[in-house]
Design a protein around this ligand. Sequence first.
Ligand code: GLN
Length: 466
Amino acid sequence: MESQIHKIHQQLVSKEISCTKLVQQRLDLLKSNTHNTVNSLLDTLALELAAKVDAKIENGEEIGLLEGIPFGIKDVYMVQGTYTTASSDLLKKYKSSYTATAIQKLFDAGAIPLVKENCDSFGHGSSSENTIFGAVKNAFNTELVAGGSSGGSAVNVAKDYTVFSIGGDTGGSVRQPAGYNKIYGLKPTYGRISRFGLMAYASSTDCVGPIAKSIEDIRIVLNIMSGKDIKDQTTYQSKKISKESILKSDEIKTIGYFKNFIENDAIDAQVKSDFLASIEKIKAKGIAIKELDFFESDTLVSTYYTLAMAETASNLSRLDGTNYGNRIEGSSLKDTYSVTRSDNFSEETKRRIVGGNQVLSQGFSDDIYLKGLNIRDQISENFEKDFKEVDIILSPVTPNSPPKIGDSLKDPLAMYLSDAYTVGFSLGQLPTITVPQGTETGLQITAAKNNDELVLKFANFLKDTI
Ligand code: GLN
């Protein structure tokens, strides 16, 4: 698909459509949608900003490429003065007192926020059913889940309710719903975009990620949001990726894929044959293909969940009804903490807090947490070794097609295992994108750390190859 940002920019500049009309149309679509994508609409702010853009155009002033472009924000980002609920009872009434760096950069570029989007509570989930706002329904089949945790963001883009949306990806939450709804979703290299103002889930893998219908739109939004931020010490300065640079892919000579991801009982037969057919098409273009060895999916999933649960248990300990959250008074201070947290966190979030505290507790942490960290180091070393031999690693996004609404809630372990192909790249902090091609839930393109440009190049190459 062509760039929606460029197209709408032209329509605004040529006065084919006014910004107010554009924004109003999208707000109406969001308001009447039955996919449960909306936690709150930012209609007053959006229309105010749209009127300013229209006034500029009327005055003959130039507008920037993102000026007047309507977008969505997963409801885990701080936007000053708006409800930021993380789709939870605990923060149902919480309003942000400041704005996340990544979102502020989009505001500074003139993009217009329409909506805080439904997602799994605190990012905990792979289906966007763990939410107080109702399960998000898949853009193509309303009986299926939208994927998660950034399900509302993916569906809004797929249905053209927003031009692009900003999701968050800790272990696949941008890539997997992008795959389930047949659009693009990028998890950049960890640290390329500031996490300041993104509600912390697992701080060592949390990434800000754009979701859009074209690679060009992903590139534009990525460039705006990237950069060093003194409020997030893990950020680094990166070079802008130019439009021209991602059109050339001749430096990509070798593609690798993990044999054990594909030769595995857990993978759906159709996903497997579609993936192997994609590999053949790439080979036919003269690119070398290399089979790689990797950790078993079970090891990746258990290492990820061990560390993610430990980090989220620690991060969420601040939500006790004192500084934040819907306080419920108990018989004593301790009881107040206990009732507030028991009644306001979801089953899934409580499972993770209990699991995470177990992982971190005295007597267990050496055996579980430190072992998890050790395996994570081995995973990173494995990636370093692989990227000496291949330019890109290609994989399916998920082993199976999207489940029916209700199924993941019945079987959390099956849900965790559905993350088998995304979590390893998160632990490695690598740049990785979902493209809506190759298998029913797309393909995942991964490159070495800081090589986000190569990921976009190969995505462009695949667009014309399969
Ligand atoms: N599904 C994974 C989890 O529940 C990833 C979620 C995410 O990336 N926020 O942890």
